[in-house]
Design a binder for this molecule. Sequence first.
Ligand code: SAJ
Length: 425
Amino acid sequence: MSFETISVVGLGYIGLPTAAMFASCKKKVIGVDVNQHAVDTINKGNIHIVEPELDTLVQAAVREGYLRAVTEPEAADAFLIAVPTPFLPNQVGQVPAPDLSFIEAASRAIAPVLKKGNLVILESTSPVGATEKMADWLAQFRSDLTFPQTHGEDADINIAHCPERVLPGHVVRELVENDRVVGGLTPKCSRRSVELYQTFVQGECVVTNARTAEMAKLTENSSRDVQIAFANELSVICDKLDINIWELIDLANRHPRVNILQPGPGVGGHCIAVDPWFIVSSCPDDSLLIHSARKINDSKPQWVVSKVKHAIAEILISNPTRTADTIRIACYGLAFKANIDDLRGSPSLGIVREISKFHNQKLFVIEPNIEKLPNDLTDSCVLKEYEEVIENIDIALLLVDHKEFYEKKSFSENTIVIDTKGLWR
Ligand code: SAJ
């Protein structure tokens, strides 16, 4: 059975571009989201997130009638679930556990409109076993239909896990070009999923089972987290030993088999800082390296804050007439990484929040990708353009390597520059 109508549940950073790609291939796409504002925005042909090229795709898809957004699921041939899988708030010292409530809610929402022959694909990054759990929830909500976990290849409904692997900022290109890992609960589930993705995916669709597909995605992001932790740990060591970390990494990377990543203010976003916990929480006694990497990366923002405190102390010691509340701090970047507007899980945002708690002078925040500050920062910070002249900056704190910041400002010789990304070295 071919796929004419495709429902994408969750119209966020992954769901919306995926919906737009199917629509651009002239599939009828029904996007589902609980957020009425997102639904209304999309139905006007606009987008509620920042992602290059996505606005044009969505605009065309809506205008030509291939994409429409709704808050309640409707019948379709295939359902793609792209909802968040955060972790639950943890007790101090405990390993965070995955929160599958959004997957459960999505399963509950689509269950009434499921029909024989449907394919349900879980795209959300998930702990091992989540796809089987989703299949159980669907079976529980629709006891009149049969599912692969009990009826194998003869089931009414096919189910697979096909994790998204696209890089924010390059989503539209990577959705088409990247290889896809396709993990069906049965070979037929995989085959049908490959057929669906081949609508727009030019990369290879590589088939495995659902558990391996889940673990593959977690492995990719944990591998990157461990490598960034190595760079972050090195940066702290080099600071103590008075060695320039950026020069050091450049030198080491000249070795043909060494490729050290870049240190920074910490690891943010909703993927790399989250997914390794899904491995750690499933096998805590065996995930020592993955767990340590998480702790190293999570401790980096606090290290940056301590550098700022140190700089404040240095200014006060060398200028006994000054008080701490006269010190002017400019923070460059709030997003979780370069050239995006996404502040979710951003270490830079956490650092600015932390400084604003102890520093009694408004912070200047320069973030070219947002138009207004998060509500909790409006009293303690002022948003500035990079081009604006900010007089007498005592501490310039570079937190994100946005392209706008490539050209270094000419700070006064008294300004202490704390460059967490090595952009102004
Ligand atoms: N970072 C560093 N140093 C580096 C590279 C990154 O400190 O050398 C920091 C960034 O500043 C950011 C964080 O790590 O705070 C994560 O950024 P990222 O660009 O490494 O990754 P994400 O979170 O934007 O996207 C990742 C990608 N995964 C991998 O590259 C293995 C992407 O392909 C996934 O689809 C995405 O996670 C996801 O959705 O899981």
